[in-house]
Each structure stands twice: as structure tokens, then as C-alpha cells.
Design a protein around this ligand. Sequence first.
Ligand SMILES: *Cc1c(COP(=O)(O)O)cnc(C)c1O
Length: 404
Amino acid sequence: MDWRSLDEQYIVSTYKRLPIAIAKGEGNYLYDTNGKSYLDLFTGLAVNVLGHSHPRILKALHEQGEQFLHISNVFLNQPAIRLAQRLVEQTITGKVFFTNSGAEATEAAIKLIHKWTKAEGAGREGIVVLRNSFHGRTLGAVRLTRQAHVYQDFPQPAFPVYELDAEDSEGLRAICQSAKPAAVLMEPVLGSGGVVPLTEAFLREVEAVCQEEGMLFAMDEIQTGMGRTGKLFAYQHAGVSPDLILFAKGVGGGLPLGGVIAGTKLMNQFKPGDHGTTFAPSPLSAALGNAVLDELLEPGFAAGVNEVIEYLWAGLEALRARMPEQLQALRGKGMMVGIPLSVTPDETSRLQSELLAEGILVDVTQKTIVRLLPPLTLTKGDVDRFLEVFTRQLTAAISAKEAL
Ligand SMILES: *Cc1c(COP(=O)(O)O)cnc(C)c1O
């Protein structure tokens, strides 16, 4: 069967695909239909935080699958209630609204912020976001996504949006002098915007301005959450306390699930009928979410992850010290790594193909940044394997270029 041409014939081509078909995933590895294995440093774009076929996830899948898959929001949903309680207990006092995806979490956030604006926003309206932000692909989320290639061909909902540079807290004060935004929304580490972590000092400054001005402080933790940066949510490194937290990607253990944790100012803004969705929270996704949390909150798990994070970054920094002309300053936090290369986009994509041929799966963002989103179950052996192949392929790419 020629799956590639059938794919081209029948599926709208919104993604550039890699030339392999996956047959199976196990632990930190994927296996293609020819049996070749790949170290998965992509994890379905930060979704499979525990790698593939994790025993705890498979157990939850079977147990919940045998009970029921869908019941709708007119019934109590025990796996979802338990998950919401645990997410709140690990973050801020509040309540959870569940969605099926990250973009829907952003939509819920926009609606919640507007309900707050109407009820008690005292003339405040609109949202401050960062340049190069990414908050999703639905129209409201695209309005907040400040990357031209994402929004330029589509209609823009009319609410005000203010664009701020990362680290520019003076810029935020300036916006607040000429306008009255209702909220600030930012990713603690800009993901598709180039794997740019915000400093803890900047996050604390933004929180302070929000408090002074009476604005809501919202964090998009869709990619950074569920342990990816070494804490359950990335904002927790800075010791700040947001009013609203968006989550998705890893939370459903591989199944679609997202949502917002709405703090005390927002948790009672939605009344029955104000917002809703047929599917979310899927009891099955929620059961898997609980299995993910069981593992992440296991004593010693976070310490183990942080040990491998340190090992990974030390290895990458050593490589960068050896090849300062080919590698620019590393970016990211924890298991979210950007390796900016001083080569062309074509050379970067060739390097990605060479790595794939050697059984290593990495992502590329912003054309020349190799992006790693490894599972939290990454081992030091996996790190060694990646660094060995990456160093060799990078060196080969350079000597090929010099031979020209
Ligand atoms: C992936 C992502 C989204 C969108 O999530 P979807 O599930 O793809 O709709 C929003 N914000 C951030 C930071 C993301 O990484």
C-alpha cells in the first residue's frame, strides 16, 4: 500500500511529514513499519511525557475503557473531578474548565477574561501577549498568536490585543499608560516562537504590574506544563501566582485533553449555559491524566527528571563549547531545548533527515533551530546516544560544506 500517495490524495496537507510510518511505540522509542527504531526526542510535540506504552497509562486505558468512554457533561465525571482536584491542589486555589485541546483552552481563557471584564473589569478590555507568541489555531487563539504566518490569511476577532517584547516590563508599563488591558497572557517558555524562556525576574515584574494595575495574569502552560521544565508547571520556578493557567498537550497521557485552571477572580465567572463542549472532559482522557499525575507526583520522580535534565544541558553546553561557530547559544528550559544552528534552513532539514536515518527523531522550529521535546523518562544513556550521533552528523555536515 502506498500510504504516502493516499495521504496526499485524501488528507489536507497542513503538515510536512517525515518519510517514515510508525508501527509501534515503546518507552522512549518508536518503531517504524520496517522494524527500525527511533529515539523519540519529539514526543508528538510535547504530548507523550511518559514516552510510549507506559504501564500506568495502559492500565488506566483498560480500566476506564471497560467502564465507559463518554457520558457527557450532564453526569458527574469521577475521573475528571479527581484530576481537577489534583491540578488545583498542585497550583492555585480555583476551579478547572476542561477542553479537548490547547486552542480550546485559549478560547475558554478569552471568554473567561471577557466575562470578568464585563462583571468587574472596570473598563479594562483586551489582552497583552508577547511578540512571536503561540496560543493555538482557532480564530480567537490565532488573534493572540503573534506570528504573521499563523494569522495573516484569516479574519481577526475584534477584541484589543497588545504586543509586547519578551523581557520588556517597561513596555508593559507603557501599554498600561495609554490603554487599559484586562489581562496579560504569556508562555513561560515561548515554544514555536523559538524556545525562548522568560526570566524569572521578568515574570515577577509582570505579576507586579498586573497587581498594581488590577489586570489578570495568565500563563499558557500548554507546552511547558506537566513536568516539562522540571517542575509540574513552569511558572512555579519564578514563585509567581497566576490568575489563570492554560494546560493541554501532556495532560491527557496521549489522548486529547486541555483546559484552564481559573483562580478565585475567575472561577465563578461562567454560569451554566455560558460555555461548553460535548466531549471534554473525556472520562478516558481524564483517567489517563490521573495516571500521568500518579507517575509525575511519585516521590523521587521529579528529582530523577532533574538529574537527567542537568546531564543533558551539561552535554549540550560542552558540545557548544567545542563547536561555537556551528552552534549558537542554547535556549530553553528542562526538557524543552532549542539548538540554534549557524547553517541554512536546507542544511538544517538535511541534518534532521540524517539524524532520522540514524534513528534519532528531533523537531525543527523557526527553520534553523533543532528542537528537542524529550519524554520525562529520558535516560542518561539516551542523552549519550543523541549527543554522539548529533556531534558526528553536525561534523559531517560541516566537512561536506567545506569540501564544496
Ligand atoms: C500547542 C500549543 C497550543 C495549541 O494547542 P492545540 O492542542 O494544538 O490546539 C497553544 N499554546 C501553546 C503554548 C502550545 O504549545
